[in-house]
Write a protein that binds this ligand. Structure first.
Ligand code: ASP
Length: 251
């Protein structure tokens, strides 16, 4: 069996609230060991070790968490007896973390993010199946060299292109025009495509050591938007991205 490390960071997959309900819960409450214990058969897929790195709502994630997480993954991946890594994460910023890790991790070993839309206490919680399938994917030889991936609702996504598209459905992510990498059925992994974009070891960023990252703010343009927000962002940011309308236009 493969040796897989689960690095837990919190989110709804570790959420708890009123039994049977999918709303009004607190994310990042339950310990990863408890979540693993609730999943039948997961210990038959791989030798598992769990690390509770954080236990936060993913809206609390920031550049400091990213650097700690990337360093932890790089450290684990450098160990000969580690075959793959699964990261549990809140869904609100899972796509941002996946994108960051896809460019900064220096390993071809599988790194798979997952989470849940329903807390562990809800009826038909989706966390257990998502985590089970993430462990199956991280244990699969075919998963080597795809860059950072995410598994959600039986779909395998590239960390580069995944986007959260629903705030209540369990099938909450998509890759839009780029298509997903593949699908999961129970423990089975079915890949259909591969990204041609640079990631992990081919990425310029994965050979660097980061202690901090420059502060970059994002301003959204909309009809009638005031330019004042740019002055405000300029006060404490080293760069500003202006997301314009159409092909990047603004008044
Ligand atoms: N607010 C939660 C989080 O991102 C939502 C979730 O995990 O689905 O941590």
């Amino acid at each position: 069996m493969k040796n897989i490390i689960i690095v837990a960071t919190g989110g709804t997959i570790a959420g708890s609230g009123k039994v049977g309900k999918a709303t009004n819960y607190q994310a990042g409450k339950i310990n990863i060991k408890e979540i693993i214990d609730s999943i039948p058969m997961i210990n038959e897929v791989a030798n598992l070790k769990a690390i509770q790195l954080f236990n936060v709502d993913s809206n609390e994630m920031n550049e400091e968490h990213w650097i700690i997480l990337a360093n932890k993954i790089n450290d684990l991946a450098s160990q000969k007896n580690v075959d793959g890594i699964v990261v549990t994460h809140g869904t609100d910023t899972l796509d941002e973390t996946a994108y960051f890790l896809n460019l900064t991790i220096n390993t071809y070993k599988p790194v798979v993010l997952t989470g849940a839309m329903r807390p562990a206490s809800a009826t038909s919680a989706d966390g257990p199946i998502n985590l089970y399938q993430a462990v199956c994917l991280a244990s699969c030889d075919d998963a080597l060299g795809h860059g950072v991936m995410a598994v959600f609702s039986s779909t395998i996504y590239s960390g580069r292109d995944i986007q959260k598209i629903s705030n209540f459905k369990t099938d909450a992510f998509d890759q839009k025009d780029f298509g997903c990498l593949g699908y999961m059925q129970d423990h089975e992994v079915h890949f259909f495509s591969k990204t041609f974009k640079k990631h992990t070891l081919q990425s310029l960023f994965s050979s660097q050591n980061y202690n901090d990252l420059p502060a970059v703010g994002i301003a959204y343009y909309y009809a009638g938007a005031s330019h004042e927000i740019l002055y405000s962002l300029a006060l404490n940011h080293q760069g500003i991205i202006l997301t314009g309308s159409g092909s990047g236009n603004y008044s």
